[in-house]
Design a protein around this ligand. Structure first.
Ligand SMILES: [Zn+2]
Length: 349
């Protein structure tokens, strides 16, 4: 599936360099023969009349355009490049190993390119990412009951105090109290409606939001505050399951999600969100109807607000609530995304 937003919307996104559209469309400039991500900020913005829009890198290349050297659209084509996968596997397999710039060069990678990729996709440098992975691995092992000293030494820390310090900085809690603490694991997921930031706890997915890579760093800080829990980048069984189910959903092969969700809100918000999950795929209801279903027929505004506060897009289908007259009304991710999701769901019926 690849549905482009309306042209006026793509022009507006391109002119403002809006990164939430990265992965959604590409801008190709007829006068230069170059194609870019929507977030690219070239020294001179192209005139809209000189721009063609494409849904995929493939189409842009076949139309004769070259990828931009500033924004590197080839590196944002849904999948992580092979070299990133290989690097990540190496870190997962030997979390105690410190990968240096010289190791990267030996693998044929420029440290600058590696740094930039991790900065763009995780909001941190590669070495910060490695440290995050090491610490979250340590965190998990301590929670499972492993001995502190074993964990410190097994994760490449020469001394217990070095480990304690790094751990405390990352999680705001000493290793000894980690047994009683939960942590939030995050990663980016690419989708046909743009890049999404996903987060999970042991209980289930707690965040799925459209994001802009330039806002990543801020997102991580906000999440730490919002969840009042350590936040680490990495892999998690629920994130893996979410990625697979989302892929099936966008390909029209899945109507219901089975990955657990763990929303966090007020009791009222949680009631509204729970009710949203009862709206079947392919159907829409009005805010009035939603208010009725939670036995608060006069609380339409509060219901609409709670709907807007949903942070777990798609899984909690707030996009299935529309205005009384059938108009789409607002959506945090932008109206075109709401339209794409509803079209996709109606087509699959
Ligand atoms: Zn560019």
């Amino acid at each position: 599936m690849h549905t482009l937003p309306p042209r006026e919307e793509m022009v507006r996104a391109m002119l403002s360099g809006d990164g939430t559209y990265d992965g959604v469309f590409l801008t190709a400039v007829k006068t230069t023969g170059i194609f870019c991500l929507p977030s690219c900020r070239p020294p001179r913005r192209p005139k809209p009349e000189n721009v063609e829009f494409f849904g995929t890198v493939r189409e842009s290349l076949f139309a004769g355009y070259r990828p931009c050297k500033l924004c590197r659209p080839l590196e944002l084509d849904g999948q992580s490049p092979v070299w990133v996968e290989q690097l990540m596997t190496r870190v997962e397999q030997a979390p105690q190993e410190r990968i240096q710039a010289s190791d990267l060069k030996a693998l044929g990678l420029s440290p600058e390119r590696v740094r930039r990729w991790f900065q763009e996709h995780y909001g941190m440098t590669f070495s910060e990412w490695c440290r995050g992975r090491r610490l979250s691995e340590a965190f998990t092992r301590i929670r499972e009951g492993a001995d502190l000293d074993d964990v410190a030494l097994g994760h490449g820390y020469a001394s217990h105090s070095g480990f304690r310090e790094a751990f405390g900085q990352a999680f705001g809690t000493p290793p000894g109290s980690a047994r009683a603490t939960e942590c939030v694991t995050t990663r980016m997921i690419d989708s046909p409606v743009g890049r999404m930031l996903a987060a999970t706890t042991e209980k289930g997915i707690c965040l799925l939001e459209y994001t802009d890579r330039r806002m990543l760093e801020r997102n991580l800080a906000t999440m730490r505050q919002r969840f009042a829990m350590p936040v680490v980048p990495g892999e998690h069984k629920w994130l893996k399951m979410l990625g697979e189910e989302l892929k099936d959903y966008f390909e029209g092969r899945r109507q219901d999600f089975t990955v657990p969700v763990a929303p966090r809100g007020t009791p009222f918000q949680e009631r509204v969100w729970n009710e949203l999950r009862q709206i079947p795929h392919g159907e829409t209801i009005s805010y009035q109807e939603l208010a009725k279903r939670i036995d608060q027929p006069s609380a339409v505004r509060a219901v609409a607000n709670a709907n807007g506060q949903n942070r777990i897009n798609i899984l909690i289908p707030c996009h299935r609530v529309i205005g009384k007259n059938g108009e789409l009304t607002g959506y945090g991710g932008g109206l075109w995304r709401k339209r794409v999701l509803l079209d996709l769901e109606q087509r699959a019926e």
